[in-house]
Design a protein. Sequence first.
Length: 614
Amino acid sequence: MSILLIRFMLVMVPFVFLINGVTKGDWFSAFIFAVSVAVGLTPEMLPMIISANLSKGAVAMSKKKTIVKNLNAIQNFGAMNILCTDKTGTLTCDNIVLEKYINADGSSDEKKRILRHAYFNSYFQTGLKNLMDKAILSHVKELQMEHLKDSYKKVDEIPFDFIRRRMSVVIEDNQQKRQIITKGAMEEVLTICSYAEFDGTVHRMTDEIKQKAITISEQMNKEGMRVLAVAQKSFIEKEHDFAVGDETEMVLIGYLAFLDPPKTSAANAIRQLHEHGVEVKVLSGDNEAIVKTIGRQVGINTSHSLTGMDIEKMTDDELKEHLPDTTLFSKLTPLQKTRIILLLQEQDNTVGFLGDGINDAAALRQSDVGISVDTAVDIAKESADIILLEKDLMVLEDGVIEGRKTFGNITKYIKMTASSNFGNMFSVLAASAFLPFLPMLPIHLLIQNLLYDISQTTIPFDRMDPEYLRKPRKWDASDLSRFMICIGPISSIFDIITYLVMWYAFGCNSPEHQTLFQSGWFIEGLLSQTLIVHMIRTRKIPFIQSRATWPVMGLTFFIMAVGIVIPFTRFGASIGLMPLPLSYFPWLIGILLSYCALTQVVKVWYIKRFVRWL
């Protein structure tokens, strides 16, 4: 609710009390009337409407295999204009297989020596095994080579971390031959290799050999394969307490190539997200060549990319200059992913992040919408706001649309209530200043407010215009104040016209005729407030170009009928209302039609002037 509305309430309610106390002479009635005005002007349904909208959105998303952990994330889903995602499992099939294992010189590993070393590294490590470790173990199992481990025992290990991007195990065979086996990203493994095994002979590492290794790796990357390097060092005399410092003087012996093809639906999903105003950026720990290859295959512009090494050299201001155009980020550490998201947020973006690994936890927390999958590691699921039961970008598109529907319906309520209440302030103020009696009794105000609130309970079940769903939507408090000032006073104009009609046409100009006056304004005030729901819910012409859902329309007309009938019932008589003459209703229809017409005219002007409505 706008601060402007609250300020007016704080000023006007005491003012209404004083005016009615002075002009009517009944201070107690003036006090009760002022309290009733305060209740009527308070959007007490706001918590319920917001909760109902969010809950309905969560239920709708659950039917599309999406679990919402944090209800507030649904609004951010609709406001999201940038989706940052890891590559593996999101753009790719998440079914990594070991495609090749070759020697350092690029020749085929006929003796499966590279595979054996990779198997020992993956099997003996005690850390969380990633998808590539599982692919190695699965391949060895298919070849029935698992017995090889029985001839070795583990001595120690040097765990993986996201800075070194490699991990090592120290093993010993039955003849007490001890060796270190290291497996990791190509560049990082090359930094610790002083030798390379080419043509069956160990050679001192030279720039030429290193470049050849990089060329072999890049060629496989261009074919869409992820490459790990394998190195080893034998005859280790050290017996325990191995550390990173022991990863030196290693011998590069070969490479492992893994294939994880892009999903067939990824390109279409990215295109659909782009059409709905969501830009997809890839934040990956893989090297640049493979990230670009996958990016091209799924339709992402790969002309602008940055690596973790590039980012490390940049200041925040320099990086911000590159962020709008850059769609691919490769070889990132977890901290770099978080930094990118933070800087995107500082550029007034609403950023979602989709990830499932340990290295994604910080980025999931930093993002406006943290998205993970049911098969993710526990820390990723704990850090996420939304859990996908299917790791598919098409599911995200459904979530974006549902988020925008939810946000739109919440915005409807806030704007229609704020503007209506703002207009009612002027109406009550005018009536209190010039009428010799109360314009409505406190009970009338409370019943009118109750009926109006009931008419709005179906807003969460309303639809949004397709045009509204095409772009991300963010809350703008300044627009609410502007909306209130432009739209709110319209209802006051027709309230005052109703006063004049009741005063002159029906002779309600003395306290003896106040019951008829109050009955006339009770009906007009309720019907005009209820109709505003349909005027504000769309930027189009209501009932003609855009119609609300049947629950909204049905409850609207039901409440209008109830409001018209109440003065003709015993209940109406018990609260101080009386039946209105039939000659009142042509005036009522004319006032309501004029109110809707003027509101539509102002709406058209408002949209042209400020280029927005909801």
